[in-house]
Write a protein that binds this ligand. Structure first.
Ligand SMILES: *Cc1c(COP(=O)(O)O)cnc(C)c1O
Length: 459
């Protein structure tokens, strides 16, 4: 067996990318206010900012676009999508959304009977947290401690801490909990999977206190692959069988289809069997997203999604996907670069607190490493640390993130391992001169979600 599987596809269309000179990159980065979010993608050689909507579609998906039925109501393409989602999930009701946050905006307020109620997650994704808070709720993360130790080996670092979960429910009272959100894989914790056993136990606790469970399933297929690889008793199950069992532990499935839907835009709400709740969602999707048979998507988008959902459950696809991430991660590990271990599903998370202990959190060590990587090789990564975290709303102080990550996010079916070998070499070069890297301060700081549009200056 080879250590990494060769791509289970051939490339039949290409998009050219262009290398820049160091002088050009220095200028572009300065113009971008030392914030890679403000770079133009054409000035980036290899773009590892995100895996959201950045993957390549298959020939079958491109072909499906042509048969999209652009009807406002009762589109044929909707019924095709509905059939596929019902088959995969075993759920009764399906509503499309323009992307994951559109689904969140409709569903999350509807489970809150009053303001101030809690959602509990292993880790809320940032838009999920935002929609809980906009609706007047409180978002609480209860993940196992191993998650915060990047060197500790644990097969399912995305797991809920079950003891603390139950304790929290008892403390606040079950009537104060709007829902439990299982984020699979746990995006913010480094694409770390959640085990079947953990989800089964979460469901037991939820049933005991009559609380609804939701799956935030942007990367549910990748999570299923990890269960097959790492959890006893699942070695011989198919990915589809694993997915069915996972979904049996939830009442509602929310999905950003820009990840494991293998499309550039799209989202989903699926509801197991609660017809009344489905009716409510159907009502509220109209002003937010659109009529319930398109939810902000064109018929062609729904066609491409119907195909993509099935392709993402193919085991060879998943093996190649996860192998690519592991390929990059292992190259870095071999060179001694500290990363979140074990390597997760969609990205390699480089531990910049360890790389730049001389840069304090309020000078954003991971942002500094991202900028250095762009200068080194035209590679765009993203900071997941104190720069992203923001300030304490009461005191105005910069919050200190427990982890300072540079995330190297791998788009699906887009780059070859040659690209990733090039990225690894660049990261290793930056690592070698780590002592020379300096921190940043604000030139302009927006009041909310500052990491997207802030401008920085080197110290
Ligand atoms: C991307 C993502 C979302 C939000 O979805 P969008 O399609 O970006 O709106 C929600 N939850 C998780 C876990 C995600 O990764």
């Amino acid at each position: 067996m080879n250590k990494y599987i060769a791509p289970p596809f051939r490339i039949k269309m290409i998009e050219s990318i262009k290398m820049t000179t160091l002088e050009e990159r220095k200028l572009k980065l300065k113009e971008a206010g030392y914030n890679p979010f403000s770079l133009r993608s054409e000035d980036v050689y290899i773009d590892l900012l995100t895996d959201s909507g950045t993957g390549a579609m298959s020939q079958n998906q491109w072909a499906a676009l042509m048969v999209g039925d652009e009807a406002y109501a009762g589109s044929k393409s909707f019924f095709k999508l509905e059939e596929v989602v019902k088959k995969i999930t075993g759920y009764q009701f399906v509503i499309p959304a323009h992307q994951g946050r559109g689904a969140e905006q409709v569903v999350l307020p509807l489970l809150m009977k009053e303001k101030g109620m809690y959602y509990i997650s292993n880790t809320h994704f940032d838009t999920t947290r935002a929609h809980v808070e906009i609706a007047g709720g409180r978002a609480v993360d209860i993940v196992i401690d191993e998650c915060f130790d990047t060197e500790q080996n644990h097969p399912f670092k995305g797991n809920f801490d079950l003891e603390r979960l139950e304790k929290f429910i008892k403390e606040k009272g079950p009537s104060q909990i709007a829902g439990i959100i299982m984020t699979i894989t746990n995006n913010s914790a480094g694409g770390q999977p959640v085990s079947m056993e953990n989800m089964r136990e979460v469901k037991k606790i939820a049933d005991k206190y009559k609380i609804k469970t939701l799956i935030d399933g942007a990367r549910y297929a990748e999570n299923a692959y990890f269960i097959k690889q790492r959890e006893k008793g699942y070695e011989n199950k198919t990915i589809s069988e694993i997915v069915k069992e996972v979904l049996s532990y939830a009442d509602i499935f929310l999905m950003s289809a820009k990840k494991d839907g293998l499309v550039n835009i799209g989202g989903l709400i699926a509801i197991k069997d609660d017809f009344d709740f489905y009716q409510k969602c159907r009502t509220y999707i109209v002003p937010w997203e659109g009529f319930p048979t398109y939810g902000g998507l064109a018929g062609r988008d729904m066609e491409a999604l119907a195909v993509g959902l099935e392709e993402a459950l193919e085991e060879t696809y998943l093996q190649h996907r996860i192998d690519q991430v592991r390929f990059l991660g292992e190259k870095l590990l071999e060179a001694g670069v500290p990363i979140q271990y074990p390597i997760g599903g969609h990205a390699v998370f480089v531990d910049c607190k360890k790389i730049c202990p001389h840069i304090p959190y309020f000078e954003f060590p991971a942002q500094a490493v991202c900028n250095e990587l762009y200068l080194e090789a035209g590679v765009r990564a993203v900071e997941i640390g104190s720069f992203l975290l923001g300030r304490n709303p009461d005191t105005g102080e910069n919050l200190e993130s427990p982890l300072e990550f540079m995330r190297l996010t791998i788009p699906r079916r887009t780059y070859t391992n040659e690209h990733l070998a090039y990225v690894a070499e660049a990261v290793i070069n930056v690592y070698k001169r780590r002592e020379t890297i300096k921190g940043f301060d604000f030139e302009y700081e927006p009041p909310v979600l500052r990491h997207f549009t802030a401008r920085l200056k080197p110290l």
